[in-house]
Design a protein around this ligand. Sequence first.
Ligand code: ADP
Ligand code: MG
Length: 259
Amino acid sequence: MRKIVVTSGKGGVGKTTVVAALGRALADMGQNVVLVDADVGLNNLDVVMAIENKVVYDIVDVISGRCRVSQALIEDTESGLYVLPSQSENPLVTAQTFRNVIDSLTGFDYILIDCPAGIENGFHRAVSSAKEAIVVTTPSVSAIRDADKVLSLLSGYRMETTSIVINRVRPNMVTRGEMMSPQDISRLLRTQPLGIIPEDDCITLYSQVGRVPGYAISDKAFKLLAENLHYGTGKVYEFTTSGIFARIFSRRAKARGAK
Ligand SMILES: Nc1ncnc2c1ncn2[C@@H]1O[C@H](COP(=O)(O)OP(=O)(O)O)[C@@H](O)[C@H]1O
Ligand SMILES: [Mg+2]
């Protein structure tokens, strides 16, 4: 069972979106996946997954013994994945009780934890219950700076692996030199990108229908992200003047990793 926290320094960079889309892509690959909402931000996971009307119990009910964890889990019937909903800040949710809930989730291949923004208590709670971390950043300077801070904080948590996902990349702007390239960002952060997700208007459909359509450009990128996570492949989006397409730059990635 892999316990992975999806975090970032800056809010609004796409953590919840990545958790939802990566979770779906892993479920589509036949994996048993549970998404744990530890973020009580603007876009809650249940809203992004369009299952908010199914929420009966949440993590606080589990901690306070009002229900069993299995009762609080909501199944997304379409993809077969499960969501454990959050509640707003509550003193019952400590690093220890949160971890107990995570540890009580059995029978899953993947537990993806949607981490709150910032580096306060919520960050500590979410991160200390995971074994692997994915840091989401966008190509903006402030997001990269915050991602850098989070990466150094994470080094104190003894993660088995830590990787980055670069979200909201606009290939045309990268080509014109108006946006930092994923390669530059990965060099700055001294961390391999596990995935590169393009800017995609279809992503807003998440909060309406709970899924990006199969034709969406980001859908392909999320599939590659899931494959990279699961199989350890190094496939990411590569940029060309004719648009973006999936290509392997794992040779380059390996060469850098081997240094
Ligand atoms: N690749 C993308 N392309 C377009 N919009 C995106 C992308 N990723 C995220 N968004 C949008 O950005 C906003 C913030 O994303 P969200 O996942 O809620 O961030 P966070 O959980 O980090 O606060 C949402 O409205 C979401 O739809
Ligand atoms: Mg969020």
